[in-house]
Ligand binder design. Structure first.
Ligand SMILES: [Zn+2]
Length: 337
């Protein structure tokens, strides 16, 4: 049943929540403005506050912890926080892939708008997400994103500027950074296959430096901790190739099948090419880590054709992916994997 909040009730909720907007009329009809490429950490934080105020009872805001330089890393929970099954969506662990944050935020708003009115295969979003909720981390690597978007101005410390300078001196472009502010490629920093891979760097670098030891970064430590909450499936957003990677060399046969089913389900929406990683080496990625640690499926989407992904690709990417979370919720609800 669709429920409406009275204006006084909404104002009380806004007063109770930590939001600086005084009345419902201050919340834009369209919160996430998908009209510019540089979608910043600050904009994301503001939009999450607005969405939480606009959709109480649908959205709950939590935190994964803080980044290496102290930025809060929010988690947006959509649906029933006590749902028996949960999906973890994590995005933008690679700095330059921040288009993923905008896509994920827009999908969150799309589902909130659809919550009481739209259905997936005949089941209302509100019923599905009462049983299968989503924990969404739209920006795992905010320190790196600040550098990818603002260059040296986005570097928090002199130490960060020093290693950035050495990278730029050797020809790297600031906008191409994948790492966090310590120069660690966070998707090479997890414990399963740590230090493996052909293109490994030995020192802080724009990409492929796995760190001094596994999960020695605030972001990876926090994400590993958060991933232990009993998730049923994992979906990871990256931005180049229009590919869906699934599986890992360390998967059980059963989980290899589950990961394949998840990848095929997502590909049914966006038509990206699915690529099995089951025969390749593991190299410290989050996908490897969760599949080995929890024996649950994981799929990694590469949403654009180039990175940083231009705004001209946004609409097509969003339209190709907006219904896929509902599809995942439906498949889990129906026991399909
Ligand atoms: Zn990536």
């Amino acid at each position: 049943m669709r429920r409406y909040l009275t204006i006084p009730a909404l104002i009380i909720l806004l007063a109770l929540s930590d939001v600086r907007y005084a009345s419902a009329t201050d919340i834009p009809a369209d919160v996430v403005a998908a009209d510019h490429q540089i979608y910043s950490y600050g904009e994301m934080i503001e939009d999450i506050s607005l969405l939480a105020a606009k959709y109480p009872g649908i959205i709950t805001v939590s935190s994964m912890g803080t980044s290496s330089y102290g930025r809060n890393i929010p988690v947006v929970i959509i649906g029933n926080t006590n749902a028996t099954k949960k999906v973890l969506v994590q995005s933008t662990i690679h700095a330059r892939e921040y288009m993923c944050t905008l896509v994920v935020m827009e999908i969150i708003e799309y589902i909130c708008d659809s919550y009481y009115s739209n259905e997936v295969n005949g089941i209302k979003y509100s019923d599905l997400l009462n049983n299968v909720c989503f924990h969404v981390i739209p920006m795992v690597n905010p320190d790196g994103v600040e550098i990818a978007q603002r260059g040296y101005d986005g570097a928090a410390t002199e130490a960060t500027r020093m290693w950035l300078q050495s990278q730029v001196a050797s020809g790297a472009k600031m906008s191409r950074i994948k790492s966090n502010a310590n120069g660690v490629d966070l998707n090479r920093n997890f414990s399963i296959g740590f230090g493996n891979g052909k293109k490994i760097s030995a020192a802080p670098c724009f990409e492929f430096y796995p760190g001094g030891s596994s999960m020695d970064q605030a972001e990876t430590h926090g994400l590993a901790q958060y991933s232990s909450k009993g998730f049923y499936a994992f979906v990871n957003y990256h931005s180049s190739g229009q590919i869906i990677y699934y599986g890992a060399g360390i998967n059980t046969p059963e989980n290899a099948e589950r990961s394949k089913a998840l990848a095929n389900l997502l590909a049914g929406y966006n038509n990206y090419k699915t690529v099995s990683e089951s025969q390749t080496a593991v190299y410290g990625s989050f996908g490897d880590y969760v599949q080995k640690t929890y024996d649950r499926p994981s799929a990694t989407l590469e949403i654009g054709t180039v990175t940083p992904t231009p705004m001209s690709q946004f609409k097509k990417i969003f339209n190709a992916n907006k219904d896929s979370w509902g599809g995942v919720a439906y498949a889990i609800f129906m026991g399909q994997f």
